[in-house]
Every structure is written in C-alpha cells, then in structure tokens.
Ligand binder design. Structure first.
Ligand SMILES: *[C@@H]1O[C@H](CO)[C@@H](O)[C@H](O)[C@H]1NC(C)=O
Ligand SMILES: *[C@@H]1O[C@H](CO)[C@@H](O)[C@H](O)[C@H]1NC(C)=O
Ligand SMILES: *[C@@H]1O[C@H](CO)[C@@H](O)[C@H](O)[C@H]1NC(C)=O
Length: 283
C-alpha cells in the first residue's frame, strides 16, 4: 500500500471515529431541563442542540438537573446575531438559596457592527461585584465556540476555546471567599437593557426579535452533590482536581497575560473609583 492510500485510510478511520462519537453525544434531556420560558425553547437534532429564544413576551432558560461541587463545565454557544443590544446570553454555575455562590459568563449584547463584550463575574456567599470584561477576538454570532469553567479547590479558570481569560485563586488563607456550595449549570437569554450594552445607554430594539442563542455539548464532567455543600468533591479521583490543574501551565499562563493585556476592557481590580482599596483577591 502506498503511503498516500495509507494516509487516506487513516483519515477515514479518524473520520468514522469522530462521527461515531458525535452519534453518541449526550442529549439535552440526559443532564438538563428547561426552567423558564418553555414555549421559547427549541430542541434540534435529537436534543443535541437547543435554541433559547427571546421576544417581547419572554426570554428563556435551562439548567442542569443535578448540582455539582467541582468539575470542568463547558458548552458550545452561538450568541444572537444582528442587533442584540440589551440582550444578555448567560452561561453560569449557581447555587440555590441565600448567600449564593455563582460563576458567570455573560455575553452583553451588541449594537450591529460593534464587537461583543464578554463579562465574567464571581459571587461568593451572595457577594459579587467582581466584573471583568473582554472584547472577543472573533465574532461569537457566526460560529459555535466553547466556553468553559474549571472549578477545583485551588482555582477557578474561565476559558474561551482553551484560552484562559480569567483565573480566580483560592485565597481563603488571606480571608478571600471561595465558592464552596453545590452549584447547578444554567443558561439563559434575557432582557438586560437597563445595564448590559454601553452601561445601559443602548436599549433593546424589538424590531430585531426574536433573538436566538444556540447551545451544544450537554455532557457534564462534574462531581455530583446531593446536598448544598461540595464536600467530597476535592478527591483526586476526579481528574480536574489533580495537581496539573492547580495552576496554569507556563504556556497557558502566557496566553492569559496576553489576553489581559490585549483584550480586557474592564477589570474591577483596577477600578479605583469603585474600589479605593484594591480587593484582597486582586493582590
Ligand atoms: C410584541 O411583538 C409583536 C410582534 O412584533 C407585536 O405584534 C406585539 O404588539 C408586541 N407586544 C408588546 C406587548 O409589545
Ligand atoms: C481552599 O484552599 C484551602 C487550602 O488548600 C482548603 O483547605 C479549602 O478547602 C479550599 N476552599 C474551598 C472552598 O475549596
Ligand atoms: C464523604 O465525606 C465523608 C466525611 O466528610 C466521608 O465519611 C465519606 O466517606 C466521604 N464519601 C466519599 C464517597 O468519599
């Protein structure tokens, strides 16, 4: 067999293997359920893709059936196109009940032709106000991209397509809060015209409704918890808890520095008007 036909065969095998894994891809219903705006949620491709829609009557949202205490949580997302000012697409982890913990990705809708901003936030015991925003280096309305949150006892990392855009370290030793409650995975599409785009100056233009956000990838790598606390989820029998994931490796670290330098448009850590004293976790 010539080397060319060998390579062709190899590609074929890889192709079939990839197809095979696509076919067994987890469907929405296995891990998730609609939690809001039932008639505004569309399931496509045997539950391998879900579309949230929003119009002047309602937005919509879904959430995981289970709560988790650590893991690598990810979804492929395509956000509303055209003019989506005022509309927020959110993908996040949140605990239920008072003094909640929450880890957010929020796509702040854009005016037509303007770049999308992606905001992240971290809440611990009900306290958030830790916003960071970046400009994305691609058009998130054109294709699906993967958004991930790694959460173990040592660090929380937000990734966009494998690129770390935010790291929140466990600094409980100096009195900084760190999420410890079981959290559910959620995704929502909602109207936030009072604050989302240009700090609320650009309002939702309903003539562009319905707005649509699409989601894929409903498998979950997480430590399930039944109660509201995340004990027992730090065991290194879960791969995301292993030492390798306690900090960024040097390559990722330098990518992260580059993102902060080049794409970050807002960082609460450097907002001296809002925080005359540097928040402890930023030191
Ligand atoms: C909502 O939008 C529909 C279709 O554009 C329109 O007919 C209707 O009057 C709107 N309702 C409200 C409450 O604005
Ligand atoms: C933060 O780190 C400390 C020290 O490693 C650990 O004891 C604690 O459980 C961690 N906190 C959380 C909430 O994971
Ligand atoms: C969970 O933690 C408790 C004590 O905190 C321990 O007794 C139990 O064996 C642990 N279970 C597992 C599955 O690790």
């Amino acid at each position: 067999m010539g080397s060319q036909s060998f390579i062709f065969l190899l590609l074929l095998v890889v192709h079939v293997a990839v197809q095979g894994s696509m076919d067994t891809e987890t469907s929405f219903d296995q891990n998730y359920e609609v939690v809001w705006g039932d008639d505004h949620v569309v399931s496509l491709n045997q539950g391998k893709e879900v579309q949230l829609t929003m119009d002047n009557c309602s937005g919509s949202g879904f959430g995981s059936k289970m709560a988790y205490g650590s893991g690598l949580f990810q979804m492929r997302i395509k956000v509303p196109n055209r003019n989506s000012a005022g509309i927020v697409t959110a993908f996040y982890l949140s605990s239920k009940g008072g003094r909640h913990d929450e880890l957010d990705f929020e796509f702040l809708g854009n005016r037509k032709g303007k770049p999308y901003r992606l905001q992240t936030n971290v809440f611990v015991d009900g306290q958030g106000n830790r916003e960071q925003r970046i400009r994305l280096w691609f058009d998130p309305t054109a294709h699906f991209h993967t958004y991930r949150i790694l959460w173990n006892q040592h660090q929380i990392v937000f990734f966009v397509d494998n690129v770390p855009i935010r790291v929140y370290k466990n600094k409980t030793n100096i009195g900084v809060g760190y999420p410890s409650k079981g959290m559910q995975i959620e995704a929502t599409l909602w109207d936030a015209e009072s604050w989302a785009t240009n700090g609320g100056k650009t309002k939702t233009d309903w003539s562009y409704a319905p707005f649509r956000a699409s989601f894929q990838g409903f498998d979950v790598s997480g430590c399930q918890v039944l109660t509201s606390n995340a004990k027992n989820c730090s065991s290194d029998k879960y791969w995301w808890n292993r030492q390798k994931f306690w900090q960024l490796d040097p390559v990722r670290q330098s990518e992260y520095e580059r993102i902060k330098h080049k794409y970050m448009t807002y960082d609460y850590c450097t907002d001296r008007k809002r925080y005359p004293e540097i928040p402890l976790e930023c030191l």
